[in-house]
Design a protein around this ligand. Structure first.
Ligand code: MRU
Length: 347
């Protein structure tokens, strides 16, 4: 199997770069991040996207802010960092990994408050690097535990992109597929396009192809038809947040895929790190769903695809109710219903 080693966030020679995912697959270009503001803009603009990658990006956004802070006393440093944290936290509301990573950076800073600011800046750098390195290991374990749901010769349908490009390596939904390939299992993937921004066709198809995985792109409207032909053995998707009852928030269209899977008797799996679990939120309907610019729906590459002035509704995510979820694959193992009990046990 070919090895797709591109990472969405790269820290090299003391500089922070994000792979510009808005340009893929046509172009590989990098955006340098030198402040909390440039990081916020990159997250908002989907230069970097996908729940774990957003968390990693925000941690490096804090590192950029930390360097801006000057070398005054702790109070001034913290005031600067708190502003950066709030700015980054507001960049995208749905993926809980963002606030998870920012809270972790905050804790680290506050625990070091008695040290000189130069030392705290080193600690901030170390923590950002650690968050990224840990994610690689976490995703590897999702792949290992995910073997419980993989079979030789199977075909998996996935939605959006929850692969290497959405994490630091392996991804979440794609980790069991990559691990199965490494074991020599034959696995095929159907990637639905994922309107409106085509993360499925632009990103998932790209990274699977680069990795030598057999992948077929379909439009979102073809999912039912493909399932009805008996071509899909399982669905595996990533997610942005899991509520305490097991409801799952993921890219808009995931709920539809889950309903279609149920109608066709196909298992529907969710893969995510523990940092995506939000047990403080009781149900999916309590989770804020990001609404994005209408232009994403009525224009593509600057070309109008709907009449100017039409009403547009553009939620970026939807909620899949837990009864539709066959299992959740995490780095600590595979969790099944009842989720309210079993997620707590897992943590
Ligand atoms: O808007 P995006 O591209 O950030 O949405 C990404 C998704 O919905 C992914 O499926 C999710 O973040 C999981 S990524 C491992």
């Amino acid at each position: 199997m070919r090895n797709f080693r591109v990472q969405p966030v790269v820290y090299k020679g003391g500089k922070i770069f994000f792979l510009d995912q808005t340009a893929l697959p046509a172009e590989t270009r990098w955006v340098e991040i030198d402040s909390a503001e440039t990081c916020r803009d990159a997250i908002k603009g989907l230069v970097v996207r996908g729940a774990p990658a957003i968390g990693i990006a925000a941690a490096f956004g804090m590192l950029a802010a930390s360097r801006d802070a000057g070398k005054k006393g702790f109070e001034e440093y913290w005031e600067h960092m708190k502003k950066a944290k709030d700015l980054l936290a507001a960049s995208r509301p749905t993926a809980v990994n963002l606030s998870w990573a920012l809270d972790r950076m905050e804790k680290k800073i506050l625990a070091s408050r008695d040290m000189p600011v130069e030392k705290i800046q080193e600690i901030v750098e170390g923590e950002a690097v650690k968050i990224q390195q840990e994610d690689e290991e976490v995703c590897r374990w999702i792949g290992v535990h995910g073997q419980e749901i993989m079979r030789d010769g199977m075909t998996v349908l996935t939605h959006c992109n929850a692969g290497v490009l959405a994490a630091s390596r392996y991804g979440t939904a794609l980790a069991p597929i990559y691990a199965a390939k490494e074991r020599g299992l034959r696995v095929k993937v159907f990637a639905d396009e994922t309107r409106p921004l085509l993360q499925g066709s632009r990103l998932t198809a790209y990274e699977l192809l680069e990795s030598g995985v057999d992948v077929t792109v379909i439009t979102d409207g073809m999912v039912a038809s493909v399932m009805s032909k008996g071509w899909i053995d399982a669905c595996i998707v990533g997610c942005d947040r899991v509520a305490a009852n097991g409801d799952v928030v993921n890219k808009i269209g995931t709920y539809g895929v889950a309903l279609l899977a149920r109608a066709h008797g196909i298992p529907f799996y969710v893969a995510c790190p523990l940092s995506t679990l939000d047990l403080a939120t009781p149900e999916g309907r309590n989770i804020e769903i990001e609404e994005r610019n209408p232009s994403e729906v009525i224009r593509f590459g600057g070309i109008p695809t709907a009449p100017e002035g039409v009403h547009v509704y553009n939620p970026a995510f939807d909620v899949t109710p837990h009864p539709l979820v066959s299992a959740i694959v995490t780095e600590k193992g595979v969790v099944r219903a009842p989720y309210a009990e079993n997620l707590v046990k897992l943590l």
